[in-house]
Design a protein around this ligand. Sequence first.
Ligand SMILES: [Fe+2]
Ligand SMILES: [Fe+2]
Length: 482
Amino acid sequence: MSEREAMIAELAEKGIRVAVEAEELLINDQTGTLVQRMLLLDKPFITKEDVESLLKPPEIPKAEIIRPSSFSPSAKEHPPDIKVNHTLDVTGKSRTKGEVDNFIAHFRNRFERISRMLRRSNAVPTVDLADVRKHLNEKVRVIVFISEKRDTKKGNLLFEVEDFTGTFKIVVSQSRFNDKIMDKAKAVLLDDIVAITGKVLEPYIIAEDIEWPDIPVIREKKQVEADVAVAYLSDLHFGSRHFLSKPLKSFSDWLHGRGEARELAGKVKYICIAGDIADGIGIYPNQEKDLVVKDIYQQYKMFDDFMETLPDYIEVIAAPGNHDAVRRGEPQPALAKDMISSDITLVGNPSCVAVEGVKHLIYHATSMDSMIASIPHASYMHPEKVMVEYLKRRHLSPIYGGNLIIPENVDYMVIEEPPDVFHSGHVHKNGYTQYRGTLVINSGTFQDQTDYQVKQGHIPTPALVPVYEMKSGRLHTLDFKS
Ligand SMILES: [Fe+2]
Ligand SMILES: [Fe+2]
């Protein structure tokens, strides 16, 4: 007797009879929880209709399309301009077997590319670690991987570092220099690639300065002529019992010219989504308790239904997150067409997409958890500050082991091009800042506070949608909660 047949026998034992047609549905149930839910129904006789009603996903209310005559969206007439930078996207290019050679190639690639960024002209010569001892009592600059970091008994910090030529120890002294170097040293993460300048006093280098590759302060920025806007979404979590369908419908209604700020609504030509489209299945223990839709295909069907409610001239770009139906390790390839059938631009996580020539870096930001745990003063309250830390490091997942990394021979998590807009999600908290000419956006969520978040004391900011006017450079936040 199969496990399911045993469950049906269990129902019978409890005095619950099952119609023959219903029995078949129960035995074929893919969600794995129907029989348990039947018990909860507390009915003496279960019909086919009872089972079907439980199988049916809750319907997303269709947007009522109310387009007053005075609403003439300017974005409608504007031709779309989206260019995905495929060389920086893992989609269709994953070749790794997860073997030692792949890890070596991965870290070599990361080190070569980031150290190139750090190899700027400097008054102090940059030397390989193998040559440091030739410069006793002199100042040197080294570009290194941080392989270990610890406090010493005297209250100093000790780094063990490496490059392709060797290893060395670097001391950051508490008393010798000002607080600035110590503050910088505390912010250094394991596996960070940094340039350290200091005096060689064998067997150490005594650090005087630490530099991250960072993004340039001055760079050319694309001026957008068209008066169009981008709305940023993330963490919709279709299928979750905390998913906020009504506020999402209000957002869709707004795009159709219903509500306030209609002129802005009419400018929205693009919607950019930074992952966690669906809530997924089996993402964390006992997740089924938090799901109203336990079928992954149905979760994406809900998303497709939502896409149907949008004005047809709006272009949607969507990357996956850690809850979505692609591999969990990063970089993640784009969601497949058998999951999402809407005619939208599906990209990987991370990905680089030029929208009207404005370079967007889209990264769900799963590694934000390990970043927040490791960087002093970083918090879930200010995801935008953590996003600046990614830009400084030119890397989206600097701490190895902090979250799942797939060792591709090319490290797709390196921030190769400084973006004009950097868009993330994951922490369900809106946050914005400007950093060295990059507009940093965390677009929050459409999922209400979960039980887990209540326990963590994490207060999300659901249904707040950032909208960026590309011509004027103005960023707005629209509230669809109320
Ligand atoms: Fe999420
Ligand atoms: Fe997430």
